[in-house]
Design a protein around this ligand. Structure first.
Ligand code: RP5
Length: 163
């Protein structure tokens, strides 16, 4: 199936975090591709990937990176597609460096910025599905189902002492 989401990350070491975005996209039935694209180790690949994303049929990019996390911002600079940035939890600064690198884009080139780590990865996938749901009714339905199941799971276990 034609991928609608491009899930990119700065290093294979980011997969531990970004796999949660991929799992969520899979659960929602959102076709996606996964690539390691580094802003500083493979800058030419990043430019090519982001510049060609729209004509290749991608509709949303999710970009995860850690440390001096310029991947989402640089991708956003080369495409008008929505770019959702996931700050990966870095060892030195616990991901605060990643978060600030992604969220503090100067006016003119936005990156949607999610939470640090697994929550951000899951929510990036859910937000991508929200955006895609405006055009793809089956994805909107899958997102409604996801929300309903989540609510039912909480309501089914009102006492945390019981399994
Ligand atoms: C960033 O540097 C990556 O996004 C990763 O989070 C971090 C460390 O990369 P590795 O040294 O593990 O490849 O570019």
């Amino acid at each position: 199936m034609q991928p609608l989401v491009g899930l990119i990350m700065g290093s294979a070491s980011d997969w531990e975090t970004l796999q949660h975005a991929a799992e969520t996209l899979e659960r929602l039935g959102v076709p996606h591709e996964v690539r390691v694209v580094s802003a500083h180790r493979t800058p030419d690949l990043l430019f090519e990937y982001a510049a060609e994303a729209e004509e290749r049929g991608l509709e949303v990019l999710i970009a995860g990176a850690g440390g001096a996390a310029h991947l989402p911002g640089m991708a956003a600079a080369k495409t008008a597609l929505p770019v959702l940035g996931v700050p990966v939890q870095s060892k030195a600064l616990n991901g605060v460096d990643s978060l600030l690198s992604i969220v503090q884009m100067p006016a003119g080139v936005p990156t949607g910025t999610l939470a640090i780590g697994r929550s951000g990865a899951v929510n990036a996938a859910l937000l991508a599905a929200s955006i895609l749901g405006n055009k793809h009714p089956e994805i909107r339905r899958a997102l409604h189902d996801y929300r309903r199941e989540q609510t039912e799971d909480v309501l089914a276990r009102p006492d945390p002492r019981e399994e």
